[in-house]
Each structure stands twice: as structure tokens, then as C-alpha cells.
Design a protein around this ligand. Structure first.
Ligand code: ADP
Ligand code: MG
Ligand code: ZN
Length: 530
């Protein structure tokens, strides 16, 4: 029969117990100096070695050899084979009544049959009823010299003070990533399993400091892989976002490369991963970058391997704190929004657009970014100044139509293209407008999209001029504009045109740009800065 790894590798002596040096050392000393206590309380997260240590201890105090437990003398063997009635394990989760404890008190009266000590290991002791605690207390108050109690719990705060005060308490710590890795390496060696070092590291980091969890994941990975266990197997099994893809996608986000961000997002979805995981991981990742930026002493704050921290620091150098704040804000908002949404993907796409291009984002940080971009453009000579141009400050602040580089325009076009069927669907499903179904079908004749600043052109081929004409009404256009705004969170002024009118649009664009540049003036930037 197959036996789980974590059972097979239950530590058998004190030195096998990892990560609990302080406890092991004290217990060993007590045994050596013959001053063991009559009641212990082992506290700590599950899977950190409480039960294992209790078992080792119960053998050690009964062992007849020098190195205790030897696991070879009659007494050790007898206990290891579970034949001894003097070592009693009670699961308080299922034996928590007064009667259960009364029974226990009854048996405490009889001295051990074979050994020196009788040991009661009470697991999940916080589950005892009030009456059971009271009954237990009586025994703890005057225990026979041959009786030892080891109470184990994950929730010491639920134990009555009267009990606590009678016990010597040991707190089992979460096992560090390093100790988890070394124990897993040892086990893999014993099992003749080949495994990548960073695979072990990844398992360790996903075990919350519980060795039992680490071993369960390890076991899954071993049975999943064919010969060697690779990092990517672990990523798959845990449904994680690969650290490398996290660096890739965050890099493109930081570099405001929307196109490759979208590409990574798409790959991620193709692999069938949960988009919520991605957002969570991105938040954690940017949080780590933030920590790198503001702190030198990272080891305690983020438990990541050194080489990962080195790459993180590199990334931290290429991004400003205010940008990070903006990114984290957008991502946290997205995390909230996608919880109940059926359009998780679109929301994440919008978030990426917002991060990359502050023009989609109307937060204060974004506004500052836009001004910065404008300043850069001026510095680089991308903007021509005209002295004494006519302007009003209000004009500038209201004006959405600032300088927009060509890449952004094409990103906006692809945003529309990607969202178009969703937009049509939203129009079709709109019960508040009696004509919405007909608008949707007319709009499905749109052939192309073109964006110029804040204007979105929907172009129709000559064959569908009728559709264009039917839609060509101020209130219909306003209606479509609103739905677009609701769907993609971006407000455009709409123009419906025929394909062959596109020439004129280009002309209009030039005029538009000229008008735009005339708005930009050193003095205006100073005003905005205040
Ligand atoms: N500190 C540890 N050292 C070595 N193995 C451990 C340790 N903690 C847990 N394990 C592994 O996990 C399994 C369960 O541990 P256990 O002692 O029952 O944890 P707990 O009682 O704290 O929940 C053990 O069989 C062992 O394989
Ligand atoms: Mg246990
Ligand atoms: Zn022994």
C-alpha cells in the first residue's frame, strides 16, 4: 500500500526535527538532567512537528540506551510498533466530553505496565469542553510521578489560564524556507528523486512554513512528473504564475509597453490559468518592488531567493515610487472589481491600459504623469512653441486632447476592436432603449476604426452607407458614445464616416495637431504646476 511521504518521513529522533532547535535542545537537556516536567503544552501551526516531537519525547524518556531515543531497545521498538498501552494518544477533537476525560483520569491511576513513564498525548486540546478541561485540571494538579501529559494545539488562546499555568509551554515556529528545502532535499535523495533546486524553493515558499504541506506538494509533484521534477511542474501543479512570466509582464507594464503586456496576458489565459491569481501575483510582485525601493534590509520582509531579489532590485531602479503607487492602486481596484465580474479579462486589460497610458486614468498621479510626459515632449523638442498664443487656463484643464503619440492611438484602436463585440452586445441587451437591437445590427456593419485624439471614427464601406445614415442622428450617436464609455471606460467623440472620407480625416488630423500645439506653452505648465 502506498504510504504518504509525510508519514514515511515522520522524524524518528530529535535530530530529524527541523526548524525547532530551541525546543529540541531544551527537551534533550531535561532528559539528560533528569528534570522533565509533568505537563507540556506544544503550540504552533499545523505541520510543524508537534505530534512528531511528542512521540520522540515519549520514547526518549522510556529508552534504556544512552542516546535517547535509540529506536532499537525493546521499549523504543514496542512504542514504535504501537503496541504499548502506556503511550496514549487522544484526539480531543473527537473525544472532548467530560466522560472521555473521566475515563482518562481513571486510567491515570494505574502505574505503567512495562515502562518508567506513562505518556498522554492530547492533540487539538483546545477542543475539550469546559467540563472536560475541569476534569483534566484535577489530574494536572496532582499527577502521579510516572505520568506525563503533552497537550498539543494550534490555538493556545482557547486554553483556560488554569491549564496554561500548569504546563511548560513550547511554541513551534513555522519552518523557514531554508529548512524546508533541506529536509525535502534529504527526502528526495532517499527516494531517488531528481528535482530542480528552484523547484524545491518554490514548493517551500508555497507551504506557509508547514513541513507537512511542503511534503504533500512535493509528493504531488513527484507523482506528476516523469523522471525529474522541474520548476515548471510545480508552477503548473500549484496553478501559479511563473516567476519569470511575472517579471516579463511587470517589465512590459513598467515600460508602458501595452502591446506586449496584452500578449503576455493572452498567453497566460491560453494556459488556462486563473486571472485572479495573476492579479494577486502582480500585486505582490509590485509590492515587493516597492519594498526594494524603500528598504535595504529585505530578507525579513520578503522571503524570496537571493537571485530573485537581485532582479527585483533591478526592476525597482527602473520605476518611480509614484508610478508604483499608481500601479498598485489600479491593480487593487481591479482585484475588487473582478471578484464578481464575468468580464475579468476585459477588466484586467483595461487596468493594463490604464497603467501603461495615464490618459485612460484620471487619478491625480495620472494627471501628474501626463504633465510629466508633456514636459518631456517639450524638452525633447517634440513640441513647437508659439509665443503669445491665445489661451485660457480653463481650456487646458478641460481639454482631454493633449499630445498623444502614435502608439497610443493604435493601442486605442485595438482596445476598441477587442471590445467591439462586447459593446454591441451591451447595446443589444439594453432594455432601456427600445431601438437598441436595431442599433446593434446597424453598428455591426462598421468596417474600421480610427482614433484621432479624442475622436473615434467608425468607418463604413460604401455598400453600408444606409447603416451609417440611419445612425447619423445626434441622440443615437450620444447613446452609442455612452455605451462605449460604460463598456471600456473611455470617452470618445464619435464620428461616422465612409471609407473614402478617410483622406479628409487625415487633413483634419493635421489641423487638430496644429491646434493642439498652440495650447502648449511654458506658462501653462507653470500654472498647472501650482
Ligand atoms: N519540524 C519537523 N521536522 C521534520 N518533519 C516534520 C516537521 N514538522 C512536520 N514534519 C513532517 O510533517 C508530518 C506531520 O508533522 P506533525 O508532527 O504531525 O505536525 P503537527 O503535529 O505540528 O501538525 C511529519 O510526519 C513529518 O513528515
Ligand atoms: Mg499533530
Ligand atoms: Zn531506546
Amino acid at each position: 500500500m502506498h504510504k504518504a511521504l509525510y508519514r514515511t518521513y515522520r522524524p524518528q529522533n530529535f535530530d530529524d526535527v527541523v526548524g525547532q532547535k530551541h525546543i529540541v535542545k531544551t527537551l534533550k537537556n531535561q532528559i539528560e538532567n533528569n528534570n522533565i516536567s509533568h505537563a507540556y503544552l506544544f503550540c504552533g501551526t499545523r505541520g510543524t512537528g508537534k505530534t512528531s516531537t511528542a512521540k520522540i519525547f515519549s520514547r526518549a524518556i522510556n529508552c534504556t540506551n544512552d542516546i535517547k531515543p535509540c529506536n532499537e531497545c525493546d521499549s523504543c521498538k514496542f512504542i514504535l510498533e504501537n503496541k504499548s498501552i502506556d503511550i496514549v494518544e487522544i484526539d480531543a477533537a473527537s473525544n472532548n466530553s467530560v466522560d472521555d476525560i473521566r475515563e482518562l483520569r481513571e486510567s491515570v491511576k494505574y502505574s505503567p505496565t512495562n515502562f518508567r513513564y506513562k505518556v498522554y498525548i492530547i492533540d487539538e486540546v483546545h477542543m475539550l469542553s469546559q467540563g472536560a478541561f475541569n476534569a483534566l485540571l484535577k489530574t494536572l494538579e496532582e499527577p502521579p510521578s510516572y505520568v506525563i501529559f503533552i497537550l498539543a494545539t494550534t490555538e493556545p488562546q482557547k486554553i483556560p489560564a488554569t491549564i496554561l499555568s500548569r504546563c511548560q509551554r513550547f511554541d513551534f515556529k513555522r519552518v523557514s524556507v531554508k529548512d524546508l528545502v533541506s529536509r525535502m532535499s534529504y527526502i528526495c535523495e532517499k527516494e531517488n528523486v531528481e528535482i530542480e533546486e528552484r523547484a524545491l524553493d518554490l514548493i517551500a515558499r508555497n507551504s506557509q512554513g508547514a513541513l507537512r504541506d511542503a511534503l504533500s506538494i512535493l509528493e504531488q509533484c513527484i507523482s506528476f512528473s516523469e523522471d525529474k521534477v522541474f520548476y515548471n511542474d510545480v508552477v503548473d501543479i500549484l496553478g501559479l504564475v511563473n516567476v519569470e512570466s511575472l517579471f516579463d509582464i511587470s517589465n512590459s507594464i513598467i515600460n508602458k509597453d501595452t502591446k506586449s503586456s496584452m500578449k503576455f496576458l493572452n498567453e497566460f489565459i491560453l494556459w488556462g490559468k486563473d486571472i485572479k491569481n495573476l492579479v494577486d501575483d502582480l500585486i505582490n510582485h509590485f509590492r515587493s518592488i516597492m519594498i526594494c525601493k524603500v528598504s535595504d534590509d529585505l530578507d525579513d520582509i520578503i522571503s524570496l531567493p537571493d537571485e530573485t531579489i537581485a532582479v527585483l532590485k533591478n526592476q525597482a531602479n527602473s520605476v518611480e515610487v509614484d508610478d508604483l503607487i499608481r500601479i498598485l492602486n489600479i491593480l487593487s481596484k481591479t482585484k475588487d472589481d473582478i471578484r464578481f465580474s464575468t468580464n475579468q479579462r476585459i477588466l484586467v486589460e483595461i487596468a493594463i491600459m490604464k497603467i501603461a497610458q495615464p490618459i485612460f486614468d484620471d487619478s491625480k498621479e495620472a494627471l501628474l504623469k501626463r504633465i510629466e510626459a508633456l514636459e518631456d515632449a517639450i524638452e525633447n523638442g517634440a513640441v513647437v512653441f508659439r509665443e503669445n498664443s491665445d489661451y485660457k487656463t480653463d481650456d487646458l484643464i478641460d481639454k482631454q486632447d493633449t499630445y498623444i503619440p502614435q502608439e497610443i492611438i493604435s493601442e486605442e484602436v485595438s482596445l476598441i476592436e477587442n471590445s467591439w463585440s462586447k459593446i454591441l452586445q451591451n447595446i443589444k441587451n439594453d432594455k432601456t432603449n427600445a431601438k437598441s437591437v436595431s442599433y446593434a445590427s446597424l453598428l455591426s456593419c462598421v468596417k474600421n476604426f480610427k482614433v484621432n485624439g479624442n475622436i473615434l471614427y467608425l468607418t463604413f464601406s460604401k455598400d453600408y452607407e444606409f447603416a451609417k445614415n440611419r445612425l447619423y442622428e445626434e441622440n443615437i450617436i450620444a447613446y452609442i458614445k455612452d455605451i462605449i464609455k460604460d463598456t471600456i471606460k473611455r470617452e470618445f467623440n464619435l464620428r461616422l464616416i465612409l471609407d473614402d472620407e478617410i483622406e479628409e480625416v487625415s487633413k483634419e488630423k493635421d489641423e487638430y495637431e496644429e491646434k493642439l500645439y498652440s495650447f502648449v506653452d511654458k506658462e501653462i505648465l507653470e500654472i498647472v504646476d501650482k
